[in-house]
Write a protein that binds this ligand. Sequence first.
Ligand code: PRP
Length: 222
Amino acid sequence: MEDFEKIILALPKGRILDKAVDLMLKSEVMPEKDFKNPDSRKLRFSTNDKDLDLIRIRSADVPTFVAFGAADIGIAGQDDILEQDYPELYVPLDLKIGICKLVIARSADLSTRNDNLSLSYEKVATKYPNITKSYFEKIGVQADCIKLNGAIELAPSLGLCETIVDIVETGETLKANGLVEKEKITDISTHLIVNRASLKTKPEKINKLINRFAETVHGKAA
Ligand code: PRP
């Protein structure tokens, strides 16, 4: 029988996974052996805490699983949290990993010719159409977004658009594709997110887990 008192923690696959797992281990959440087995096709794992299971899903899906209560708590980038903007999510803790920024970038050639984002209309390739539209609206520009799921930096050189909105960490991908940053939209880091209803129905277990992560991030309270 399914134990509805169990809580489920959603971990993001991809570049943040190792850092998220490291924080989780330091917070004394130890997954079952299969979690580390590259041949395993399992997506849900038990832990050393019988009341806590893990799921490993695509990073952009973490806010969705948590907002709909399929997971109670999750580790998600602020980019995905802001883009999806679910009111069901409570965001209690900055985990201070996955630090990067969301920027507007254009081709380096174009930037020297026509330096400002001064047009009233921009075609923009991005994974983040909601954030992009509302940011451009604020600066008085109508943005027509082309939604891509990756390799955004290719779009200008292939004539899909002149402008992109994407994540920058080291800046290497922009540089390697002849693009320059024009404007920062926001700084980004990875946060703990919680389903508000779960927090009401299982406050002890969820608060215990939030506190364990908080102690790991900020150091044990004196
Ligand atoms: C992210 C982002 C940029 C790149 C930035 O892509 O979308 O492309 O990292 O990193 P940098 O500034 O250190 O070069 P990711 O590697 O997650 O792959 P994706 O293109 O599939 O989104």
